[in-house]
Structures are given as C-alpha cells and as structure tokens.
Ligand binder design. Sequence first.
Ligand SMILES: CC(C)(COP(=O)(O)OP(=O)(O)OC[C@H]1O[C@@H](n2cnc3c(N)ncnc32)[C@H](O)[C@@H]1OP(=O)(O)O)[C@@H](O)C(=O)NCCC(=O)NCCS
Length: 163
Amino acid sequence: MLSPVVALDSAHRVQTFECGDAEIDGFLHPRAAGEQALGLSQVYVTAGAAHEVLAYFTLSPLTVRVDPSLLERLAVGAVPYPQIGGFLLGRLGVDKSIQRRGIGEALVMRAAQIAKAEAAVVGGAFLAVDPKTDGLVRWYLKQDFRSLGGKTRRMVLPLRAVP
Ligand SMILES: CC(C)(COP(=O)(O)OP(=O)(O)OC[C@H]1O[C@@H](n2cnc3c(N)ncnc32)[C@H](O)[C@@H]1OP(=O)(O)O)[C@@H](O)C(=O)NCCC(=O)NCCS
C-alpha cells in the first residue's frame, strides 16, 4: 500500500530506494533532502508502510527561451517576452519492486497537477521534462508531452491541458 504523494521529510527512509538508474538513486540517497532545504527543488515521494520511499519526483521553477517551436507546442500565439516560465519535472523514479504497474504514469499526472496548482498562484505555462532516452520520449508522448525538437530531448506539457 502506497502513501499519498507528499513532500520528502525526515521520517522517510531513502536508503533502500532503487529504480535502476544510478543517478536517480544517487540523488535521493545523499542529496535530495539537502537540495530541498536549499529550495533548489521540491522532492515529492510516495512511501510504503515503513516510510520507505518507493517512488519520487522533483519539481522546480524553469524559465525557457521563447521560440516558434515552444509557442506552437503550447498553442500560444506571439508573446512579448524573450522567456516564459513553467516548471521542470527534474527527476522521476519508481522502485524496481513496483515498476510497470502504472505508478510512473500516475506520478507524472500528479506532478502536472501540482505544477498547475502552483501556476494558479505564480503563473506558469508548461511542465517540462528532459527524457534520458528515445524510449522514454515515447513514454512521455503517450502522456501528451510534446517534443520541442532541436538538440535536446526536452518535451513540454501545456498546463492548460491538465485536468
Ligand atoms: C521510467 C519509470 C519512472 C516508469 O515507471 P513505471 O511505474 O514502471 O511506469 P508505468 O508502469 O507507468 O509505465 C510502464 C511503461 O513505461 C515505459 N518504460 C518504463 N521504463 C522505460 C524505459 N527505460 N524506456 C522506455 N520506456 C520505459 C514502458 O512503456 C512501460 O510499459 P511496458 O511495461 O508495457 O513496457 C521507471 O521505469 C523508472 O524509475 N526508471 C528508472 C529511472 C528513469 O529512467 N526515470 C525517468 C527519467 S526521464
């Protein structure tokens, strides 16, 4: 049984988390709490009965340069700014023990809902991700993210489209 998605706190056990990506595991173990304390990102987790983290994601504010591809993907007309703001889904991991049960997809949706709620307070047009592989690009495409093209795999989800 998984807990609701909450902010990481000192009661959570992070040591046993293993999603199969060393960088994503390694962020949670020593760094996540410290970065959250500094305000560099907010870490959201879902945990098991013994407070062991079983999945997590991070969110932070993000400003990106306006270009025609971005405006098209967001279905926004011309804007009088060189940059516009949104949020970055920076890291996402699901423990190997519970992968392939729809939890990753559910967490992406939860992240988008949190970003949308924040956008209602401070503004923000998109949730961005930087998938590490072409396979993950396809996974995010199924969740309505749109590729920006260019040299990176960056993708955006317009927050207006989030229920
Ligand atoms: C990617 C990840 C978060 C998905 O979590 P999950 O709970 O297993 O995802 P869901 O159950 O919602 O979806 C499963 C689908 O994700 C896709 N998927 C999962 N990992 C994938 C990968 N590495 N490459 C491509 N597609 C992948 C597959 O389409 C899979 O469907 P299938 O089982 O029919 O093949 C999880 O596998 C994970 O933590 N991976 C390691 C860390 C990582 O790569 N994070 C993403 C960084 S952008």
